[in-house]
Ligand binder design. Structure first.
Ligand code: ATP
Length: 388
C-alpha cells in the first residue's frame, strides 16, 4: 500500500473519486477533496445530498464502491475494479462528534473525556483529561454528569472526548444543530479556535451556511452526491462557479443581461469585464467577455453590490424590507420589474412603496451564460494569465 508517500507532494488528507451507494442507488458520486494538516473542511448542502454518507465513508462506517482515501501518508481506502482495500474504522485514527453529543450519561464529564484513553498510563490520562477540560473551559464541571450541563457545554465535552486521543482527523456531523441559533454561531467560533490551537484537521457536515463560514477554511457545496465547488468561504461567496452555488451561498438576486460588443447590458447598467491588471495611474484594465453578441446572461448581484445613495439619479421601488439591527435588507424593484436586494444602514428608514436612490457597484459581479451555465468571475482573467 501507499505508505511511503512524500508529504511535500501529497496533501495531509485526500479523497479521490469517492463513490458510495445503498442498494441500487449511488449517493456519493465521485467526490474529491484535499486538506492540509490543521485545515478545517466542510460539506454544505441541502438535506439528503449525501453529506453524512460521505462523512461515514471517510470514517469507514460505510463501504465505498470506488475511489481512494489517504490520511497522513496512509492509504485508508482504495477501491478499483481490480482491488478492494479498506482499513477498519477503529484503525483509521479518526474522532467523531455527533449532533446528539452521544455522551455516556452515567459517567462524569472527566470520565467521558477519558473514555478513549484506555491504553494511556494513569498519569498521562489524568494530565490529558485536565488539558482537555481546560481547553474546552469546563474544568470546574469535571465531576458533573452530562445531564447537569447545558447543550453547548455537553457539545464541548463531546469535542474534548473526541480530541483527547489526538485523532489524525476529526469528523463533526451537524454538531450544533440541537442548539439554539445564537449559541450555534458563538460555539462554532469557539470550536474553530480550539481546533486551530490544537492544529486539528477536521471535516464538518452542516446545512447551515453561517456555521460553515464561521468554522471552515474550505467549504464544499454538495449537490446530488457531488462536491460542485470546494473553495474558501470568500471564494464561494464572491466567485461561485454555478447559479446553484451562487443561490445556495449567501443572499442575492440573479438579473438578466445580454452581451453587446464584449460587455453585458442589464437594467442596472452596463457591466465591463474587469481584470486585475492596472495601468500606470492605478486604473483597472478591462477586457471583453468571451461570448458572442446577443448571448443571454444571468448576473449575480449581492446585497452589498447595491449601495443606497440619496443623490443618485437611478432609483428603485422599495417592495420589502427586513430589519437586521445594524442594517435593513431592502428588496427593491427596478424599472423593468426585476428585483434586487440591498443592505442599507438601518438609520436610513425608507418605507415600502417609496423610491430610493441606488448606486450599483458592478465591478466584481459574476456573470453566468444562460445556456452552458458557466461562470465568468471578475478575477478569472487574471488567473488564466497566471496559469500560462
Ligand atoms: N442506510 C441507508 N440505506 C439506504 N439509504 C440511505 C441510508 N442512509 C442514507 N440513505 C439515503 O441517502 C441519501 C443521502 O443521505 P445523507 O444522510 O447522506 O444525506 P445528508 O446530506 O447528510 O442529509 P441530512 O442533512 O438530512 O442529514 C438520502 O436519500 C437517504 O435517504
Amino acid at each position: 500500500m501507499d505508505t511511503e508517500a512524500d508529504t511535500s507532494i501529497n496533501p495531509y488528507f485526500s479523497v479521490q473519486d469517492l463513490i458510495v451507494g445503498y442498494d441500487d442507488t449511488i449517493i456519493v458520486n465521485g467526490l474529491s477533496l484535499v486538506l492540509q494538516q490543521g485545515e478545517i473542511g466542510c460539506f454544505l448542502g441541502y438535506s439528503g445530498c449525501g453529506k453524512t454518507t460521505a462523512l461515514r465513508a471517510i470514517a469507514g462506517l460505510e463501504q465505498s464502491r470506488g475511489g481512494n482515501i489517504h490520511l497522513s501518508n496512509q492509504c485508508l481506502t482504495d477501491i478499483t475494479d481490480r482491488k478492494s482495500y479498506a482499513v477498519a474504522p477503529a484503525k483509521r485514527g479518526m474522532g467523531m462528534v455527533f449532533q446528539d453529543y452521544a455522551l455516556f450519561g452515567h459517567l462524569s464529564v472527566a470520565k467521558n473525556i477519558a473514555f478513549g484513553l484506555n491504553k494511556w498510563s494513569a498519569a498521562d490520562k489524568k494530565a490529558r483529561v485536565a488539558e482537555m477540560l481546560s481547553l474546552v473551559e469546563l474544568t470546574e464541571h469535571a465531576d458533573k454528569r452530562p445531564n447537569e450541563l447545558s447543550g453547548g457545554q455537553q457539545q464541548r465535552v463531546a469535542l474534548a472526548r473526541a480530541l483527547a486521543p489526538k485523532p489524525k482527523l476529526l469528523l463533526l456531523d451537524e454538531p450544533f444543530s440541537n442548539l439554539d441559533v445564537v449559541l450555534r454561531e458563538s460555539l462554532a467560533m469557539n470550536v474553530r479556535d480550539i481546533l486551530k490551537r490544537t492544529n486539528t484537521t477536521a471535516i464538518l457536515v452542516t446545512h447551515d451556511q453561517n456555521e460553515a463560514f464561521a468554522l471552515a477554511d474550505k467549504v464544499g457545496v454538495m449537490q446530488a452526491g457531488k462536491l460542485v465547488q470546494w473553495a474558501t468561504p470568500s471564494e464561494l461567496y464572491h466567485e461561485p462557479i454555478s447559479p446553484f452555488v451562487a443561490e445556495f451561498v449567501g443572499e442575492g438576486a440573479m438579473i438578466d443581461g445580454i452581451i453587446k460588443e464584449g460587455h453585458v447590458e442589464t437594467a442596472l447598467g452596463n457591466i465591463y469585464r474587469r481584470t486585475e491588471v492596472y495601468d500606470e495611474s492605478g486604473q483597472p484594465q478591462y477586457c471583453e467577455y468571451d461570448y458572442p453578441n446577443g448571448t443571454l446572461i444571468k448576473v449575480l448581484v449581492r446585497p452589498d453590490d447595491i449601495i443606497h445613495d440619496d443623490d443618485s439619479k437611478q432609483t428603485a421601488l422599495v417592495i420589502g424590507r427586513v430589519f437586521r439591527g445594524a442594517n435593513y435588507l431592502y428588496r427593491l424593484q427596478l424599472d423593468d420589474g426585476q428585483t434586487v436586494l440591498s443592505l442599507v444602514a438601518s438609520h436610513h428608514n425608507h418605507g415600502i412603496g417609496t423610491r430610493i436612490g441606488i448606486l450599483p457597484m458592478l465591478e466584481h459581479v459574476v456573470v453566468f451564460d444562460e445556456k452552458n451555465i458557466n461562470a465568468t468571475t471578475w478575477s478569472e482573467y487574471d488567473r488564466s494569465e497566471e496559469a500560462q
